[in-house]
Design a protein around this ligand. Structure first.
Ligand code: GLN
Ligand code: ZN
Length: 766
């Protein structure tokens, strides 16, 4: 190839802006406080700053080392609309012009009459993408002048030759769903879609692109509806065709998040110039030598784009040397896009210098990539290597990283610790709760009012004392308890007013965690989360929630449910240490929660809910790994809850309704009551669970809390009858889909009034 790939590159970079500029610009535009031009200007500024930053950090600005991967909302949506994949329900006439911003946002967010594209998890990350809808009639076509091309031109005008990044055709189709139920699988449109990409690549080449990156993470997973061989065949077919064209840029096919395995050899035979492999989440491909024969450059992803720890540069160097020996040409890269990590540790002055020295966020990771590439080229990087070595050594022996007490306790865990009394005995013991048939409850949080948020802000600035703040929280709890009594709910909650976030709250109260001040990571659209850092052995210095739950219980004769976040969710939504096996970290967290449950019981709490909304999120991308995952994740939940007395009713809550792959796990949790999301899918999951012999309490959500809409009593009663018919008498619980913290009080009260009325109606029919 005439243009070799630079020796240092990254697969992608955070798009939201160092100070979340894009988030602000988007939300201000959506709220009608600024114009489309303002938004475009802000976005262009974010892109410019990124290019300048990456150039300053040493990526080659003239040779396509800098990825051009901007998206206003989501990269899957950005790619889909550039190939014409716009469902008919949006009423957008197919034309040769790119979609307007408003049209793009309508696909992402819907409007009063049109539901948006479905939002779902991106591989095993906490990023969410929009699911494209592709059917035989979808007018797939090349749309000249779309974002990838205009953003390339924008960069060239500033003297930077970027590498446009698109979601590859195979991944785009595998992530898509048919526009109408019953339509054939989107993968059937592969030929049509590849023709569109070919035209697109020609346009990019004409505009000056020398390299284009096509992201194909689907090639590292085998959980698709089609067999693995068919995925491999699709990739071969697509890339032979794309590589066979003459008027095109060089192609880098990137396969982040796992092991490419046999798809590596398949890709090397297609004629693409470079393949990006993830060497953090996978081993070297067996057929690595095929790259040498086929003259393919391997972009060795040795720097983790999905976690925040400083790279072991010695280990990475050794790995790179192996790749070079076997594959011939190697570039140093990140394992995944850096989208999943915050921008820089430099601004985290709330963290100790010691902890900060163990971390590498996006900027620092680019520097690591550069250092490794320089070292590989024979430059003297001994100073950098020894600094990395020193940080790692410091981390290994630092206080709190390994604590004998915690390790001993985990080592002493026995299988009995994860077993409660038989379910039938528990049901008997829990009759003491005095619950009616079809008991009503909520998922935990009540609306987070402006007063609460302001009180937290004032506590931070010192305007409120701790005692004053706690009084605000107590008043809120009293209000929420009174409201629930008035509404006639059966199992009450304290409303979680003391929590900013269901994971960070626990991270702030457990040893072994730290929280960042600016470590925002995009979750979807303008939504960002600030994952906590789990850096050391985890333990609980003091009880966390019993005072709040106990106070709530003192205000009512009804049972009050204690609320905890489960071990798997705490791990899934944090940056977890990489120096201890995750199952062991999960056990540490579980033991801390186990103590918390014992203290809740001691405070008189007889119902405890342990939320695991992220249980499905960490499910491995290869089926062969599912078993081990279910074992440790379910094991951690059961270790957390296994000490609960028979007469303590253990609830769990999961935030989704597609259970196919985790149904055994849900059964395995052995919770007395499980609440799930079900309103939008009209209870679809209930018969599925019944068929899987799920025999314990089940609360399929009857109120979709993602929208301000208030369901009527009749509608809720209808859903309850549907679920009731599929379940045994005594199994059905009545609750919303999820917590109410994002809702307003007015709609909450209206919806819960109807929910209680509907439960009474159906109860009367029994
Ligand atoms: N108990 C939490 C709440 O009600 C559950 C949130 C969740 O499932 N994401 O807010
Ligand atoms: Zn939920």
């Amino acid at each position: 190839m005439s243009n070799p790939l630079p020796t240092a590159t990254i697969l992608g970079y955070p798009r939201i802006g160092e100070n979340r500029e894009l988030k602000r610009a988007l939300e201000s535009y959506w709220a009608d406080r600024s114009s489309a031009d303002d938004l475009r200007t802000a976005a262009a500024q974010v892109r410019r700053t990124t290019r300048q930053r990456l150039t300053a950090l040493g990526l080659d600005a003239e040779a396509a080392a800098i990825p051009s991967d901007f998206a206003y909302y989501d990269q899957v949506l950005t790619t889909a609309i550039q190939v014409g994949a716009v469902p008919a329900r949006f009423g957008i006439e197919p034309s040769d012009a790119p979609l307007s911003l408003d049209e793009e946002f309508r696909l992402a967010r819907g409007d009063a009459d049109t539901p948006p594209l479905e939002l779902t998890k991106w591989f095993d990350t906490n990023y969410h993408y929009l699911v494209p809808e592709i059917s035989p009639q979808t007018p797939l076509r090349h749309i000249p002048g779309a974002a990838a091309v205009s953003e390339l031109r924008e960069a060239l005008a500033e003297g930077v030759l970027t590498r446009p990044v698109l979601v590859g055709p195979v991944t785009l189709l595998l992530l898509s769903k048919p526009e109408n139920p019953g339509d054939p699988a989107p993968l059937e449109r592969l030929d049509d879609l590849v023709a569109v990409y070919a035209a697109w690549l020609a346009e990019l080449a004409a505009a000056g692109a020398t390299w284009v990156q096509l992201d194909e993470p689907a090639l590292v997973a085998d959980t698709w509806d089609v067999p693995a061989e068919q995925v491999t065949a699709a990739a071969e077919q697509a890339y032979r065709r794309l590589a066979g064209a003459t008027d095109r840029p060089s192609l880098l096919v990137a396969a982040p998040y796992g092991e490419l395995r046999e798809n590596f050899a398949a890709l090397t035979g297609t004629g693409v110039e470079a393949i990006g492999i993830d060497l953090v989440h996978g081993a070297l491909p067996a057929d690595l030598d095929a790259a040498a024969t086929a003259d393919v450059t391997v972009v060795a992803g040795v720097v983790d784009g999905h976690n925040v720890w400083r790279t072991d540069l010695d280990r990475a160097t050794a790995l790179l040397q192996q790749v070079r020996e076997r594959a011939g040409q190697v570039s140093v890269g990140t394992a995944t896009s850096l989208l999943h990590v915050p921008h820089t540790t430099a601004v985290e002055d709330g963290l100790s210098d010691q902890l900060r020295s163990w971390l590498a966020f996006a900027h620092e990771k680019v520097t690591e990539v550069r250092t490794l590439a320089r070292g590989l080229a024979g430059e003297d990087v001994s100073v950098e290597l020894s600094a990395a070595r020193a940080a790692l050594a410091d981390r290994a022996q630092a206080d709190g990283v390994s604590r004998t007490q915690v390790r001993d306790r985990v080592a002493a865990v026995t299988p009995e610790d994860t077993h409660r009394a038989d379910y039938t005995d528990r049901v008997e013991a829990q009759r003491a709760l005095g619950l009616p048939d079809l008991p009503t409850t909520t998922i935990g949080s009540f609306p987070q009012t402006t007063e609460l948020r302001q009180a937290r802000a004032r506590l931070r600035t010192g305007e409120l004392t701790q005692a004053e703040y706690e009084q605000v929280i107590r008043d809120e709890i009293a209000r929420v308890i009174a409201l629930q009594e008035e509404l006639g709910l059966d199992v009450l909650v304290h409303g979680e007013p003391e929590r900013n976030d269901m994971v960070q709250y626990f991270a702030e109260h457990l040893d072994g965690f730290a929280v960042t001040q600016h470590g925002w990571v995009q979750s979807y659209g303008s939504r960002c989360t600030r994952p906590s850092l789990l850096w050391g052995d985890v333990s609980r210095p003091a009880p966390i929630t019993p005072a709040w739950s106990g106070y709530a219980a003192s205000l009512t004769d009804k049972p009050v449910k204690g609320m905890l976040t489960g071990p798997v969710t705490i791990l899934a939504w944090s940056f977890v240490r990489d120096d201890l096996p995750v199952p062991e970290v999960a056990q540490q967290v579980a033991l801390a929660l186990r103590d918390e449950i014992a203290d809740l019981e001691a405070a008189g709490i007889r119902v405890v809910q342990v939320d695991e909304p992220a249980l499905r999120e960490l499910l491995p991308l290869r089926r062969e790994d599912h078993r081990a995952y279910v074992d440790w994740s379910v094991g951690a939940f059961r270790l957390a809850t296994g000490g609960a007395a028979a007469d303590t009713q253990v609830h769990t809550h999961l935030c989704y309704s597609e259970f196919g792959e985790v149904i055994d796990a849900i059964n395995g949790l052995d919770a007395d009551v499980t609440s799930i999301e079900a309103a939008r899918s009209a209870m679809e999951v209930v018969p599925e669970l019944a068929a899987a012999k799920f025999s314990r309490g089940l609360g399929p959500g009857v109120y979709d809390i993602h929208s301000p809409r208030v369901p009527s009593t009749e509608e809720i009663a209808g859903l309850l009858r549907l679920a009731d018919g599929a379940l045994a008498r005594g199994q059905l619980w009545v609750n919303p889909d999820c917590g109410l913290k994002t809702r307003g009080y007015e709609e909450t009260v209206a919806a819960l009034t109807n929910l209680v009325a509907a439960a009474r109606q159906v109860r009367a029919e029994h």
